[in-house]
Design a protein around this ligand. Structure first.
Ligand SMILES: NC(=O)c1ccc[n+]([C@@H]2O[C@H](COP(=O)([O-])OP(=O)(O)OC[C@H]3O[C@@H](n4cnc5c(N)ncnc54)[C@H](OP(=O)(O)O)[C@@H]3O)[C@@H](O)[C@H]2O)c1
Length: 330
């Protein structure tokens, strides 16, 4: 089963795999298991693989290169985010999407990935010091030179989407979308639909909160995004887990898991939406890919809406300083 990313983008599998969690964002990962998970995903028909040059400061791209060594590179669509600045200690230093930075980041990504082209290349965030037209124009030049096939966006709002699309066709917008994060429904999703831009949805399990397995006392490594995420703290977590319990009732009635319902719900919001799953172990992958078989009825969708109503999540989707980086939230 495939879905086309927007009116000009590539055909990709209806569910994609995101590799971020394989490079430390949710605590340590097992490298062999990560590679085995990528292989298992491709074996089961996943063609869209999403990475970022700043995930583990290049580690994620090198991991993908290793995984693809024994594969035909052209069997997969590689999506790469760039622009995030890091320090050797992992600290974040803002975003750089100047035209000269685009060429520089791309050169390093191509080398790390061991490929001569990237299928979808996107700035991870809007660089507020650089007009989006300049960034998109620079990626467009890389397309003309044969290094990139399509342009994507990430976490930008409707006005930026329109400005970008006026410069070059945009394949997809990558943005958080889940039962707990429905902000795109107001302006961003309608704008993408009007302009023929697909959605690659991330955080579909809200970083594990919607997995159905997160408990009030689940502990994680110090360097885990969830230790700083407002939705995983104190009273917010308690409230959000009540929502998950309500969703569990719907899942059990259908004989599926909470994670599968959460994924199928996103996929059911339109054929222009491709959920990008964050599984980093084969056992998680098997469960999440099982959602592809789940077709939700109108009654299911009504029951899901009643269990987790629009806007019911407690806490913002990022910590305050990271929210400031989101053009999509302005
Ligand atoms: N454009 C952007 O700004 C942006 C931002 C974030 C992510 N992304 C992309 O989107 C991808 C997916 O995002 P995400 O990783 O945040 O999404 P997610 O799927 O909401 O969360 C992934 C986490 O959920 C847990 N999980 C996954 N499958 C599970 C299962 N079957 N059972 C239990 N727990 C499960 C895992 O936590 P544990 O392994 O700890 O159990 C996993 O690390 C990323 O890999 C990245 O490529 C893009």
């Amino acid at each position: 089963m495939t879905r086309r990313l927007g009116s000009t983008g590539p055909d990709v599998s209806a569910l994609g795999l995101g590799l971020m969690g394989m490079s430390g964002v949710y605590g340590p990962s097992d490298e062999q298991e990560s590679i085995a998970t990528i292989h298992a995903a491709i074996d089961q028909g996943v063609t869209l693989l999403d990475t970022g040059d700043f995930y583990g400061m290049g580690h994620n791209e090198l991991l993908l290169r290793d995984a693809l060594k024994s594969r035909n590179r052209d069997d997969v669509t590689i999506s790469v985010k760039f622009g995030g600045l890091r320090g050797p200690d992992g600290r974040w230093g803002g975003y750089d999407a100047r035209p000269e930075a685009v060429a520089n980041f791309l050169a390093y990504s191509l080398t790390r990935l061991g490929t001569d082209h990237i299928d979808i290349y996107r700035p991870a965030r809007l660089d507020t010091n650089v007009p989006i037209e300049e960034t998109i124009g620079a990626i467009g030049d890389m397309i003309k030179a044969g290094y990139v096939r399509h342009i994507g966006l990430s976490e930008v709002g409707a006005e930026t989407i329109r400005r970008a699309a006026a410069v070059h066709p945009i394949a997809d917008l990558q943005i958080e979308y889940s039962l707990l994060s429905r902000g795109i429904e107001d302006d961003i999703l309608p704008t993408c639909r009007e302009l023929g831009i697909g959605i690659t949805a991330y955080g579909v399990l809200n970083r594990g909160l919607l997995s159905g397995k997160w408990k009030p006392d689940t502990s994680s490594a110090t360097a885990d995004f969830r230790n700083y995420s407002p939705r995983f703290q104190g009273d917010n977590l308690a409230r959000n887990l009540e929502l998950v319990d309500a969703l569990r009732v719907v899942a059990e009635a259908r004989g599926v898991t909470v994670a599968q319902v959460a994924i199928a719900w996103v996929a059911a919001q339109g054929t222009d939406i491709v959920p990008v799953l964050g599984a980093r172990r084969r056992e998680q992958l098997t469960e999440t890919l099982g959602a592809a078989e789940l077709v939700l009825s109108a009654d299911d969708l009504t029951a899901i809406e009643a269990a987790v109503p629009h806007g019911s999540a407690a806490g913002s989707r990022y910590a305050a300083e990271q929210m400031l980086m989101l053009d999509s939230e302005r």
